[in-house]
Design a protein around this ligand. Sequence first.
Ligand code: C5P
Length: 391
Amino acid sequence: MYLLGISGGIAAYKSAELARIFVRQGEEVQVIMTPGAAKFITPLTFQTLTGRPALIDQFWVSEGEKVRHVELAEAAAVMIVAPATANTLGKMAHGIADNLLTTVYLAAQCPVVLVPSMNERMYRHPAVQDNLERLRRHGCHIMEPASGELACGAYGKGRMPEPQEIADFVRAVLREKDFRGVRALVTAGPTREPLDPVRFISNPSSGLMGYAIARALVERGAEVVLVSGPTSLRCPAGAKLVPVTTALEMYAAVMEHFESCQLVIKAAAVADYRPAAAAEQKLKKEASERVLKLLPNPDILQELGRRKGGRILVGFAMETERAVEHAREKLQRKNLDLIVVNDLTVPGAGFAVSTNQVCIIDRQGRAEELPLMPKEILAHRILDRLRPLLP
Ligand code: C5P
């Protein structure tokens, strides 16, 4: 069960969406509000979203013989306080238990995630900073507030992050850190090969698969360098982003970073060819036909396969026919440990969709066919397969 604590800040309205996300993930959610929180948003909102009454009253005792706050604390897999106001943080840091939320906190032995949210000057006050430091020492996981427009009209740091970001943070806290000590290089997205200053050759890759892998690695404790072609995605917090545009730039960035990595996952859709010359000025429209001369790009993964040493190399393959057969050949030729194949003819698989249906093939030629699933879940399935290959 997830305990979602809500204290009395204006950001409490965003916690309704957070409760919804947890419920959608299949979690049972028990909301505990401070009396102040109930002035910003009604308990009925949370009761409707979670299917359980939101608790406020400290002296509400359960029917069994157990004391209610201890019972709640024992049932919790994680406790999240969002928003966590300066007042509630101060009480938690000093062991004051004057409402149900702060009382349950003292009894909780599960991981605790705190999401401070307040006016920037309050957030920066040494009293608040000292309390956060204390809570960190007590083992709490504290999420940095976001910067931007605050409800009081000022700009600054103190905003509660978006509910989805909080949910991601919680998931990362709960994940087993089985990639701790591993340095990984992930490539993602398309490359763009310029024809002139305003035109390029590219492909519809969105970067979703590579970014999901980078995020999953960070969640599981790896250090991640993400070499990415142009995408509209947010770099996962904790990964180092190296933005590139062309295949040649990606080649250079990968060669620069791969020496220090034990694991390389190449999810990028690299263009196989580039125009022989990119015009310096915009090409003019002409009535006659134009012939484009293309040069082959270096195969980054194949080169890595040559310089592999003891590293683990994972490639992706997109095929439109005889997918497994082609992928097996690619695994051999590029000297890979695993190859993840999507068959582009399967609906819901491949470019720019949030799901994928793949087959994972290993060095022994064994093929594991996976069902259609969200790329985020697939990323973890790929890591599960990889983990035993690493020292
Ligand atoms: O040979 P093919 O392009 O199908 O292989 C796909 C795999 O090789 C992907 O993992 C992709 O990132 C990688 N690749 C590469 N450099 C290229 C072309 C593909 O690293 N120039």
